[in-house]
Ligand binder design. Structure first.
Ligand SMILES: C[S@@+](CC[C@H](N)C(=O)[O-])C[C@H]1O[C@@H](n2cnc3c(N)ncnc32)[C@H](O)[C@@H]1O
Length: 313
């Protein structure tokens, strides 16, 4: 039976982005299988949608699912940050933009690219099949210190040095090529109490590898401000993040774009004449309800932030 990704925080997405999409254009920057996209297209029969995803395989699923909406839908196989660089707003200015970061259940369960260590799969983890760097390349070729930094920074893994050292010892014997092999190396490199703790000891390292291989945080960093600039005045942006590294970038970027003054703090009077381009709609991120977490466990770490584009004229 096909397992389908359950879109998170659907009601919240509708409540905050709904007022902006009615007759407008929604760019779903992480369309995946098209769960959120389908929901919006059904609710708002006059809106258009552009759905982005870098992964060709998952996009095929979205194409099938969204075919009933005909020419209201345009799917583009691209990284969202590249799209932001080239989109021409004279075509149509988006009135809403949605990001739902990370990967889909498809990647863990079906893609066979080593995102999960539940099954033994090649260590690939690329969303872009033509991408230069696979997870096996990172594991087998990065110098030990760099590998430890990746695991520490992107996985927030406190045993990063021990894990990197164990990987480097093992790879001297043979190329590490499979997800379960890597998970085992990690498991036996950490202290016993951590080995049998709340989460599998390889979870954070796998997250770090995925982020490194796909340049995830750089892409997030480079795209939010550009997305806000594309939005029509009154348009809304909604961003769902799943870990603190992502959420920190979203929070800080929103704050910077909503700032009314950029004068140094010691200056008594404002002289910068700065105009904020964003109004933050959710001072604290919106979190899923208990009912949602109970029925869809992966939603438990979701944080949703919304903001509205201001006119700068
Ligand atoms: C969490 S899933 C989205 C699920 C979708 N909202 C739904 O309801 O079905 C995230 C998707 O974004 C894609 N993705 C992640 N980072 C991307 C990027 N920088 N550019 C384009 N697509 C990206 C992944 O391939 C994945 O399919």
């Amino acid at each position: 039976m096909e397992i389908r990704h359950v879109p998170v925080m659907r009601q919240e997405a509708l409540a905050y982005l709904g007022p902006a999409v009615n007759h407008g254009l929604l760019i779903d920057c992480t369309c995946g299988e098209g769960g959120h996209s389908e929901m919006f297209l059904r609710h708002f029969p006059h809106m258009r949608l552009i759905g982005l995803d870098r992964d060709q395989e998952i996009q095929k699923k979205a194409k099938k699912r969204l075919a009933v909406f005909g020419d209201r839908v345009t799917l583009v196989n691209t990284w969202f940050d590249s799209f932001m660089d080239t989109y021409d707003i004279s075509d149509q200015r988006p009135t809403a933009i949605l990001f739902d970061y990370g990967i889909s259940i498809f990647h863990y369960e079906e893609s066979q690219r080593g995102f999960s260590f539940k099954r033994d799969e090649p260590l690939d983890m690329r969303l872009d099949k033509d991408g230069a760097l696979s997870a096996a390349d990172v594991i087998n070729s990065y110098p030990e210190e760099r590998l430890a930094d990746v695991i520490y920074q992107y996985g927030e893994e406190r045993y990063s040095r021990r894990i990197a050292s164990a990987i480097c010892r093992k790879r001297k014997e043979q190329w590490i090529n499979s997800s379960q092999e890597l998970a085992e190396i990690i498991k036996y490199s950490v202290p016993k109490n951590y080995r049998y703790g709340r989460i599998h000891p390889a979870t954070r390292t796998f997250q770090a590898l995925r982020i490194e291989v796909n340049g995830e945080l750089d892409r997030i960093e480079r795209s939010i401000e550009k997305a806000v600039e594309l939005l029509a005045p009154g348009g809304r942006i909604g961003i769902i993040s799943f870990h603190s590294l992502e959420d920190r970038i979203v929070k800080q970027t929103f704050r910077r774009l909503a700032k009314k003054c950029s004068c140094p703090p010691e200056q008594m009077q404002c002289t910068c004449d700065r105009k904020p381009i964003l109004k933050i709609l959710t001072k604290k991120p919106v979190k899923p309800t208990k009912e949602e977490v109970d029925s869809n466990a992966p939603s438990r770490s979701a944080k949703f932030r919304f903001a509205e584009r201001l006119s700068t004229e």
